[in-house]
Design a protein around this ligand. Structure first.
Ligand SMILES: *[C@@H]1O[C@H](CO)[C@@H](O)[C@H](O)[C@H]1NC(C)=O
Ligand SMILES: *[C@@H]1O[C@H](CO)[C@@H](O)[C@H](O)[C@H]1NC(C)=O
Ligand SMILES: [Zn+2]
Length: 392
């Protein structure tokens, strides 16, 4: 239902802009008119977005052509149609979408660097000034990984080199588009044997843009964290590597509890189902736990009631909880950060004040060192016309 409303709204916008353009407004006026159409068109922070769920469709087509890899569709619209989740489904169906295109990008050095660079450009265009982007280095490799993902032939691109290539793409993007980018490396729930590698890569690249470890994948199938994941997280704690965990997205509240108590997560990816255990929720509120909320994503993965007027983030908002708004996988949901902001504005009563408050909490909950966090906060306070002492 929301998708239909969204399409209608977009269809309506363009003729209006067209007529303004036709009436001969200057470039600057035109830009500001467009800006007014966007909800909260101000500097933003994004903490939960997957690099491999944020690739441009055109790039997938391009790389497939260069590498001679056949795809089920040869136009951007055709391919989009296959990749995009069109209606609320299950997390498992959603994860299956990666099969449509990951084999095109994985194992290709140039493609990996390119998607990282283009990601930064796309985020800069959305007004994001700081983003933490996550991915599984193993999913993009074709050597030193067992099993080799996406039915690739064995090659010579290791998870370690994947991280180096992504780092290069991200730093070039940072310089080109004047935004700050850090990365988070993901363990996968169904592949505990990769997790020790992941934490080693976090350590190796700690001073090269990698700020944290994550645990992603299907928690509905693998609720309890395997000892492989637990050991990796213990090592992360020991080495001062920050920790976030996908939990309580589709899995029950006890996955959240385990993430916090056993894996020592400092932030929770999604966390909606925490609300099913009120004692746990109160405790986490008291600890200022940060929830990485992804509104549009939660509708399509079946994590939340697709009726947005009943979404858990409304409770987070009313309780002044600590949370961010994020896209998760904009390629697969055919979305942008603007769309997440306008959905919560249109259906959940989010105000400008709340958008400011949640972005400030996002900056405070980022995995940057304190001095860089402070600089980021200063940029937000300035952009939001706030003085630093304002109580938030
Ligand atoms: C994706 O979203 C755009 C609007 O942002 C819309 O024009 C397009 O039709 C959508 N594509 C699909 C396949 O749903
Ligand atoms: C969110 O977490 C950050 C980092 O711990 C903290 O500084 C901030 O006060 C928290 N916000 C809320 C509303 O709990
Ligand atoms: Zn995610």
């Amino acid at each position: 239902m929301h998708i239909i409303a969204r399409r209608a709204a977009i269809g309506f916008c363009f003729p209006v802009l067209g007529s303004l353009c036709a009436s001969g407004l200057t470039g600057t006026r035109r830009t500001s008119t467009m800006a007014e159409k966007l909800i909260f068109n101000k500097p933003k922070i994004e903490l939960h977005v997957h690099l491999d769920g944020a690739i441009r469709v055109e790039t997938i087509l391009d790389v497939a052509k260069t590498r001679g890899i056949p795809l089920p569709a040869d136009t951007a619209e055709g391919l989009k149609d296959r990749i995009i989740v069109h209606e609320p489904g299950t997390l498992t169906t959603f994860l299956g979408k990666f099969n449509e295109y990951m084999h095109v990008i994985a194992g290709d050095r140039e493609a990996i660097k390119r998607i990282a660079f283009e990601f930064v450009e796309d985020k800069a265009k959305e007004g994001v000034i700081y983003v933490e982007v996550r991915y599984s280095p193993h999913f993009l490799a074709n050597s030193d990984v067992e099993p080799i993902p996406w039915n690739q032939q064995k090659g010579d691109l290791s998870p370690d080199e994947v991280v180096r290539l992504v780092n290069e793409g991200l730093s070039e993007g940072e310089r080109a588009f004047n935004i700050k980018v850090r990365s988070i490396l993901c363990c996968m729930r169904h592949m505990p044997s990769w997790s020790m590698d992941v934490v080693k890569l976090c350590k190796k690249y700690q001073r090269d843009g990698v700020v944290a470890i994550d645990l992603a994948g299907d928690e509905s199938l693998n609720c309890e964290a395997n000892p492989g994941h637990r050991k990796a997280y213990e090592e992360a704690v020991r080495c001062g590597i920050h920790r976030t965990v996908h939990a309580g997205e589709v899995g029950p509240a006890f996955v959240v509890k385990e993430a916090v108590e056993v894996l020592k997560a400092e932030r929770i990816g999604h966390g909606y189902r925490t609300l099913e255990d009120q004692a746990l929720y109160k405790k986490l509120l008291g600890q200022d736990m940060h929830f990485e909320v992804c509104p549009i994503s939660s509708k399509f993965t079946g994590a939340c009631n697709p009726d947005f007027t009943k979404h858990p983030v409304i409770t987070f908002k009313n309780d002044k909880a600590n949370y961010s708004l994020n896209t998760d996988d904009p390629l697969i949901f055919n979305s942008t950060l603007h769309l997440d902001y306008s959905e919560v504005h249109n259906h959940m009563g989010f105000t400008e004040e709340e958008f400011k408050r949640l972005n400030i909490n996002s900056a405070k909950s980022s995995f940057l060192p304190d001095n860089e966090k402070e600089q980021l906060l200063q940029r937000l306070y300035e952009a939001y016309d706030m003085i630093e002492t304002t109580a938030f």
